[in-house]
Design a protein around this ligand. Structure first.
Ligand code: V47
Ligand code: SF4
Length: 374
């Protein structure tokens, strides 16, 4: 009743009706959603889509991040993580150190996934990456290896003079199981050329993912928001992803990433507000009708907002993570690890059903239902 009355007075009534009928919204309509401050109605629409796709289920996984090096040949203006070779704060983990971290996380935390990315290292041979994957497959054979952003794959292709397909085929043969969604930033050249001029273009990033999907590798997609971009750029970004997803169906999850400005060349920006975060997640859920999942990465969003986002279209809150560097070097004050109990409790408290998943969203039965504590 109340909703009906509100709708009758709302300039978004036509969009609501489309969403209710499951009709795709246009770019102009997505922009109109960005221009509203009616978070209540955005939440109702996003929730409708979320519950149609995923019911009450809210996914998490048990994973570990390993950033194998922060030495990087380029400098993106939003990045607090990268260093030049030999610069203070630069690190490079050896294969043995990486395998040790993986083994410990498997034995102690029972991880099912390793999320492995790094800077664009100027001197490693291609075999370094293949050997890392092979060693990990020997050390923790049952663990899914979700590794390398589209930017890293494009860098390998350039540097070692191979096509995207050759790079991905070799890495897949060495143990690569899927790819994370990093490096997408904002596709539109007006923004991309200003914030990260030295790395893969939008077309190259999209082409890497197209190729990965063709080779049977599932991937994710991100969008870095809350800096110099305008709402038009965000909609353009999501349009390119929606088009590629129509073509391949290979994306699993969309993950909007809020800009953390500390210690970056853009440290004069404020972090996006909670309103902006929830709006961005909700609009992503409404617009990206062909993406199965929307993820709130609790590391960047904060645990409290990640929990609230479960009423704004989100059905996945990522995993235990363990030892996050990219956001913490840019000033994130979230913890670096969440236990399974923490993750399940925050999902339950939001009135949702926690579901442990593997990387490909197959439901896993938790070893035992952890006791709920207040
Ligand atoms: O590509 C870097 C972003 C990304 C900052 O696929 C920053 O499951 C905000 O892609 N402020 C890496 N963002 C993280 C990423 C990711 C995270 C979790 C899950 C998945 C997945 C992917 O982080 C980078 C860049 O877009 N980033 N610096 C910063 N200062
Ligand atoms: Fe290097 Fe990635 Fe940081 Fe850009 S975002 S400077 S490519 S590590």
């Amino acid at each position: 009743m109340v909703l009906k009355r509100l709708l009758n007075q709302s300039p978004l009534k036509d969009i609501y009706q489309k969403v209710e009928q499951g009709t795709r919204i246009t770019d102009t309509e997505a922009l109109r959603l960005y221009q509203t401050n009616d978070l209540y109605l955005l939440g109702v629409m996003a929730n409708m889509v979320r519950e149609k796709k995923n019911g009450n289920d809210t996914y998490y996984n048990i994973n570990r991040h390993i950033d194998y090096t922060n030495v990087c040949a380029t400098t993106c203006k939003f990045c607090a993580f990268s260093r030049f070779e030999g610069e203070e704060g630069a690190f490079e983990f050896t294969h043995q150190q990486i395998a040790q971290k993986a083994k410990e996380a498997f034995e102690r935390e029972h991880i099912t996934e390793l999320h492995i990315v790094g800077g664009l290292h100027p001197t490693y041979e291609f075999e370094w990456y293949e050997q890392m994957l092979r060693l990990l497959k020997q050390t923790v054979p049952s663990v899914h290896l979700k590794c390398f952003t589209g930017v890293e794959i494009n860098f390998f292709a350039d540097k070692y003079n191979m096509s995207h397909e050759e790079v991905l085929t070799r890495l897949k043969a060495a143990g690569l199981d899927s790819m994370p969604g990093g490096g997408a930033e904002i596709f539109h050249p007006e923004v991309r050329e200003r914030i990260c001029p030295g790395k893969a273009t939008a077309d190259q990033w999209l082409q890497v993912h197209r190729t990965a999907h063709k080779l049977g590798l599932k991937t994710n997609a991100t969008m870095l928001y809350g800096h110099i971009e305008k709402y038009e750029h965000r909609v353009d970004h999501m349009r390119r992803l929606r088009e590629l997803q129509d073509e391949t169906g290979g994306f699993q999850t969309f993950i909007p990433l809020a800009f953390h400005p500390d210690h970056t060349a853009m440290d004069h920006f404020a972090r996006p507000s909670g309103m902006e975060d929830l709006k961005t997640l909700a609009i992503a859920r409404i617009y990206l009708d062909n993406f199965p999942h929307i993820k709130a990465y609790w590391i960047m969003l904060g645990v409290r907002l990640a929990q609230l986002s479960l009423a704004y279209g989100v059905d996945d809150i990522d995993g235990t993570v363990i030892e996050e560097k990219i956001y913490h070097m840019a000033g994130a004050d979230t913890p670096e690890i969440m236990t399974v109990q923490d993750l399940r409790r925050l999902i339950r408290e939001a009135g949702r059903q926690p579901v442990e998943r593997d990387t490909l969203y197959k439901e896993l039965k938790p070893v035992q239902e952890p006791a709920l504590s207040k």
